[in-house]
Write a protein that binds this ligand. Structure first.
Ligand code: SF4
Length: 188
C-alpha cells in the first residue's frame, strides 16, 4: 500500500472513501483540517466524529484544530465561486502538510459527495499538488455516496445537515431557487 494523506471533511464521507483509496492501492492516513465549518461547536462535533471513526478503523489521524474564523470568513467572502476558494484553502493546507510529513501523494473525502463540484476539486487539488511537489490523487467515489450514508448510520456516526460554512447553513433553510450554484446544504 502506498501511503497517502487523505484530507477528511467528515466521518461519513471518510467511510467509503477510505475503502476506495485502499482498493486502488493506497494506505490512507486521515487529515482533518476544515476551518470552513461554522459555528465552532459544529466544527468540534465533526472533528470528534472523525476521531471516533479513525479509532474504530485503526487509521492514523492528524488533526489541525486551529479555527481562524475571521480569516476563513474573509476568504469565503472574497472567493467567487465561494466553494472554489474553500477547496483551495483546505487542499492547499493538506498538500503542504503532506510534503512536510513525508507523503508523496494526497487525496480528499470531498470526492464522494455528488453535491460538490468535482472539476473544482480536481483543479484545486492539482494546483496545490504542483505548488508543494506532491501528487493529488482524486478517485471518483461518488458511486458509493449512498453506501456512505448506510455505513455511517450503522456505525452511529454524526451526520451533518449542511456542508459546513455559515452560508451553507443558511441555504438549507432557503428555497432551492435561492441556492447558489456550487453551494449546497448537504442532504444526508
Ligand atoms: S458550501 Fe461547503 S464547500 Fe462551499 S464554501 Fe461552504 S463549506 Fe466550503
Amino acid at each position: 500500500m502506498k501511503p497517502l494523506l487523505l484530507h477528511t471533511c467528515c466521518a461519513p464521507c471518510a467511510t467509503v472513501t477510505v475503502e476506495e483509496y485502499a482498493r486502488a492501492g493506497y494506505g490512507p492516513s486521515l487529515f482533518f483540517r476544515n476551518p470552513n465549518i461554522h459555528p465552532y461547536k459544529e466544527f468540534v462535533r465533526r472533528m470528534e466524529s472523525v476521531e471516533l471513526f479513525a479509532e474504530a478503523m485503526g487509521l492514523p489521524l492528524f488533526v489541525d484544530g486551529d479555527y481562524p474564523l475571521e480569516e476563513n470568513v474573509a476568504l469565503l467572502l472574497a472567493s467567487d465561486p465561494r466553494c472554489q476558494g474553500c477547496f483551495r484553502d483546505r487542499l492547499g493546507a493538506t498538500a503542504e502538510f503532506a510534503r512536510r510529513n513525508g507523503f508523496d501523494c494526497f487525496g480528499t473525502t470531498l470526492s464522494v459527495s455528488p453535491y460538490q463540484n468535482r472539476d473544482w476539486i480536481i483543479q484545486a487539488g492539482g494546483e496545490a499538488g504542483d505548488e508543494h511537489g506532491v501528487e493529488f490523487v482524486c478517485i471518483d467515489c461518488r458511486p458509493r455516496y449512498r453506501d456512505s450514508i448506510a455505513v455511517s448510520r450503522e456505525m452511529g456516526l454524526y451526520r451533518q445537515p449542511y456542508c459546513g460554512c455559515v452560508f451553507s447553513e443558511r441555504d438549507r433553510y432557503e428555497k432551492p431557487s435561492r441556492t447558489r450554484q456550487g453551494e449546497h446544504g448537504e442532504k444526508r
